[in-house]
Design a binder for this molecule. Sequence first.
Ligand code: CP
Ligand code: NVA
Length: 307
Amino acid sequence: MKRDLLTILDFSSEEIKALLNRAIILKEQWRSGESQLSLAGKTLGLLFDKPSTRTRVSFEVAMYQLGGQVLFLSSSETQLSRDESLQDTARVLSRYIDGLAVRTYHDANLQELASHAEIPVINALTDLYHPCQVLSDILTVKEKKGDLDSLQVAWVGDGNNVAHSWVNAAARLPFQLSLACPPGYEPETEILQKAQKLAEDRIRLSHDPVEAVRDADVINTDVWTSMGQDRERQERLAAFRDYQINETLIRKAKSDVIVMHCLPAHRGEEISDEVMDGPHSVVYDQAENRLHLQRALLDWLLGDPAR
Ligand code: CP
Ligand code: NVA
């Protein structure tokens, strides 16, 4: 049966650990120049409604490195822009391609595509989640910190799609997650409560960035205004003013804290230049790991199940 990745909760803890381990092996092989052409003859479609640099390029390169090919489909250039249904689009694409990565606004549209597709569907970001980002970020944390057990991970900023995926990751993996979001910008209650139930007491939410980063091993942030929220930019700038990751804030964390940002960043807003370019920042390693994690993901979801 086909497997989708719509949210991190689609995978069990064991599956996530296996995926991370596979990504580590593929990364080592790639570094030593070994090729792995397990997806020769396969095609991944990328159906995107929003802009992208990292996600698009890392998925495309991942497929090429695995011997496959990609088809980039800007949804405005497909018949979706002229009201063809998601259902028919999913059914037709399933006859041509072997997997579909989707970047869109409404998570319900992704779910609709996945429910009618006969091929694996991967969430390449919706307004609600960004699972490939956070699985890759966890690979980076594992590389930098070793075991995830009892690590203190902080999220400072918007309770957005990336934050939701961190919340789901904490439901599956044994780290402590402490979020600090301005009032009115917390993660969605339903997503948070479901994860808190699964994670027991490992997920905490406050409005205090200092409290969230105290003794943290990892600090995460993201833009204050996500794609599709541009009209809210001025009020968001005011609401998030005290939530910047800067030298003063990171001094409250452990001395070897790593600072993460999924990028693109708005330097001088959610993160200072000093921190972004400083010794604690791992942002470019994070970006690189999108490629390695997604190669492992594609190899698993699109590869020959008998292998
Ligand atoms: N982090 C991330 O998903 O970046 P892009 O929007 O450039 O794909
Ligand atoms: N939260 C950001 C993430 C970009 C990768 C957005 O949705 O715009």
